[in-house]
Design a protein around this ligand. Structure first.
Ligand code: NAD
Ligand code: UGA
Length: 331
């Protein structure tokens, strides 16, 4: 049984970050350590075999207060990881809309749904008081172009989005049980970008294309719009979610404005001073035309609003990319 006395007498928090070797998880863990929390990070990627994971983890592994576990949440013993934890940030999952069609769907179900069920069961057993879970703007599906509000009827348009909706609802269903000691805040992140963004994502690919001269594949006509959210803003919302009232439920993490892919290409060109060669391909199944958050609940419940605009955030991402060894030889 977890030791409640020890939890109550500590003056620092002990928090668990799943998916810590990933894009959002690694930034979040840094910020939590800076706030003085002890962070237990868990991820199934092995830094000795995965250079991107090693890069994301490098500074964390050198930071006092950080404890790393290399494990798959689908099979590992989760209770010991949650011992005396005050909060769990559950970011582990298989992201990406387009690759969720076909053979990889099993992996999406395993990591996004089955592993989440194990985490939620363990959080309950270990009496962790708060779990923050990473959901996705993709659960809204196609919209008329106006802002999506948390109470909108979800219409997920891809297998990925279906698994993210199942993930958040699974956590909320557990939390709604009268005997559940764990309250859940589900964050619907809107297309997060910034340094160490996943390489399958558009802003990374646009900046990479500008720096290397390699062509950029544009899926569709480039008029798709996204409520792009800078990583530091997303991290601030995530930490605030761990302190929000227990009944907060689902919260959009997006600022309420959006930009088209054509605008992103134009910003990438002006930041780098290089022309991007665009190769147009067919639009991909499951991609929605527009995402845009209604940001009111995030403002009210988390006291959150984003502070980084798209050109500023893309500049920071570009600066990080230009320091990357792979690009310093080809840029
Ligand atoms: P990422 O792929 O960079 O990070 C996810 C991490 O989870 C990876 O390091 C992966 O190894 C780990 N993981 C997956 N399955 C696991 C398992 N079974 N056991 C242990 N570790 C496992 O992705 P990201 O962009 O940082 O996204 C993080 C979370 O946020 C995901 O749940 C994603 O669905 C969600 N999300 C991301 C965005 C975005 O724009 N990046 C937007 C909406 C939602
Ligand atoms: C992103 C993340 O990848 C998802 O994991 C996340 O759940 C989702 O945000 C979210 O907000 O919930 P997405 O909006 O598709 O998904 O972001 P990108 O992968 O950056 O793609 C943005 C747009 O660029 C899409 O229309 C996509 O088709 C297009 N794109 C992407 C291209 O035209 N070319 C590429 O090479 C990559």
């Amino acid at each position: 049984m977890p030791d409640e006395t020890s939890r109550a007498t500590r003056n620092t928090r002990r928090v668990v970050v799943t998916g810590v070797a990933g894009f959002i998880g690694s930034h979040l863990a840094h910020a939590l350590l800076q706030n003085g929390d002890t962070v237990i990070g868990v991820d199934r990627r092995d830094p000795s075999e995965d250079p991107a994971a090693a890069e994301n983890l490098a500074a964390l592994l050198r930071t006092p207060g950080y404890l790393h576990t290399h494990a798959d949440l689908l099979t590992c013993a989760i209770d010991p990881l949650l011992l005396e934890a005050d909060a769990v940030f559950h970011l582990a999952g298989i992201p990406g809309v387009r690759s969720s069609w076909g053979a990889r769907f099993t992996e999406y179900v395993q990591s996004n749904i089955l592993a989440t069920q194990r985490i939620m069961d363990a959080a309950t057993r270990m009496r962790v008081s708060r779990l923050v879970v990473a959901s996705s703007s993709s659960v809204y599906g196609p919209t008329s172009g106006g802002p999506s509000i948390e109470s909108d009827h979800p219409r997920p348009a891809s297998p990925y989005a279906v698994t993210k909706l199942a993930e958040e609802q699974l956590c909320l269903a557990h939390a709604a049980r009268p005997d559940c000691p764990t309250s859940v805040t589900a964050l619907r992140y809107f297309t997060v970008y910034g340094p160490s963004q996943r390489p399958d994502m558009f802003i990374h690919r646009a900046l990479h294309a500008a720096l290397t001269g390699q062509p950029l594949c544009l899926y569709g006509d480039g008029h798709q719009r996204r409520d792009f959210t800078y990583i530091d803003d997303a991290v601030r919302a995530t930490i605030a979610a761990s302190h929000a009232p227990a009944d907060t439920g689902i919260v959009n993490v997006g600022g309420g404005s959006n930009a088209s892919l054509i605008e992103v290409i134009s910003i990438a060109q002006s930041l780098t001073g290089k022309e991007i060669q665009v190769r147009t391909e067919r639009a991909r199944n499951g991609d929605v035309l527009t995402t845009r958050a209604d940001p009111h609940r995030a403002h009210q419940a988390l006291g959150w609003q984003p502070t980084t605009d798209l050109p500023t955030g893309m500049r920071a991402q570009l600066e990080a990319l230009t320091r990357h060894p792979e690009l310093t030889s080809t840029a």
